[in-house]
Design a protein around this ligand. Sequence first.
Ligand SMILES: Nc1ncnc2c1ncn2[C@@H]1O[C@H](COP(=O)(O)OP(=O)(O)OP(=O)(O)O)[C@@H](O)[C@H]1O
Ligand SMILES: [Mg+2]
Length: 371
Amino acid sequence: MTSYLRALRLVNFRNYPDDTVVLAPGLNVVVGDNAQGKTNLLEGISFAVTGSSPRTPNDSEVVRWGRDFARTEARVYLDGGERAVAVGYAPGQKKRVTVDGAPAPSLATYAAGGAGVRVVTFLPDDIRIVKGAPADRREFLDGLLSTLRPAYARAAIEYAKAVQQRNQLLRRIRDGFSSERTLSTWDRKVVELGETVLRGREAALGPLEAYFAASLRALYGPEKADVRYSYSAPLDGYAEALRGAHSADIERGTTSVGPHRDDFGVLLGGVDLTTYGSQGQQRLATLALKFAARDHVRGETGEDPILLFDDVMSELDERRRDYLAGYFLESTQAVITTTNLDYFDEDILERSHVVRISGGAVSETTSGGVR
Ligand SMILES: Nc1ncnc2c1ncn2[C@@H]1O[C@H](COP(=O)(O)OP(=O)(O)OP(=O)(O)O)[C@@H](O)[C@H]1O
Ligand SMILES: [Mg+2]
C-alpha cells in the first residue's frame, strides 16, 4: 500500500478559520456551491504536502483576510504507520515546516517528497500549459522534476539567478562599464547549471512523452500524440552557442540561449495544439500531461502521488466523465471537486468518500452514496 493523506487541518488558510477534513484512500469527492472553498481545500492539501501553493507564488495570499498567519497540518499514512507534517506561514517570516515535530532540512527537500507523499494538481487555469506561453510549459516541467529531485530544484533556481546576473553584466558591458572578457567567467557558471537543468529535462522527456501519448489515446482517440522539445541550444553545443551569441546578447542585454528559452510543443496527429487546438483538445491534452506526470512520479519513486483535480468533470462529455471516475477510483488517492454530484454515477459515489463544503466549513462528511 502506498502512502496517502488521512486528514488535513486548515487554520486561517484562505476562507477556512479552523477546519479539519478526513480523507479516505481512493476517490474523495468534494462537493459544494460556487465560492464555498473547494479550490481552497485542494490548495490547502498541496500547501500542506509541498510547502507552497500551486496557485500563487505569493504566500501571503493564502492567509485568511485579517489574520497574521496561516497553518496547515496533515496526517500521512505511510508504511503502515503515520507521519505528521505541518507548514506554518506568517508574512515577513520564514516558513516553518515540520515532519513529526522536527524542522524539515529545507523547503526543496520537503517539496520533493519530504511529507512522504507527492501531489499532482489539475486546476482550471492549467490549460495554459498547452494554450499559453513557453514559460507556462517550462514551469510545468520544472515543477514536476523539482518534486522528484531537490538537486534539480536547486539547479533550476540557481540557473535562473545566474542568467539574471549575466543579463546585468551584459548591460554593463553594453554601456561601457565592464569589459567583454568578464563574460566568459559567467558563461561557465551559467553553462554548468544550465546543463544540469537540460540533462534533467532530457532524461524525463522520453518517459513523459510515452505516458502522455498513452493517456491522450485513452482520453481522446487513436491519433498520434507527441511532445516535441525545442532547444534554443542543444546540450552538446550549449557552451559554443552561448559564446556565439555574445555580441547579439550584449546588444539586447539578455541571454538568448539556454533552457530558460526552450519550449516543448504538444502535438496531436502532427498538429501543434498550442496554435491550432480546439478548447476541448487543449483541455484533454492538459489532462493527459497531468496523467503523464502521475505516471512519471510513479515510475521514478514507486509511489502514486495524490491527485488533486479541480472541477474536472464539468466540461467533459459523459463517456469521458465515466473514464475519469474509473481512473480516480483506481488511484491510491484522488481528491476531486465538483458543484454537482450528478456528474458521478450512483455506483461510483457508493465507492467514494463524499465531503461537503459550505462557507469555508466542512459541514458534513459522509462515506459513499448519499446525495
Ligand atoms: N485569503 C483569503 N481569506 C479569506 N477568504 C478568501 C481568501 N482567498 C480567497 N477567499 C475566498 O474564499 C472563497 C472560496 O473560494 P474557492 O476558490 O475555494 O471557491 P470554490 O468553492 O472553488 O468556488 P467555485 O465553484 O466558484 O470554483 C471565495 O469567496 C474567495 O473570495
Ligand atoms: Mg473553485
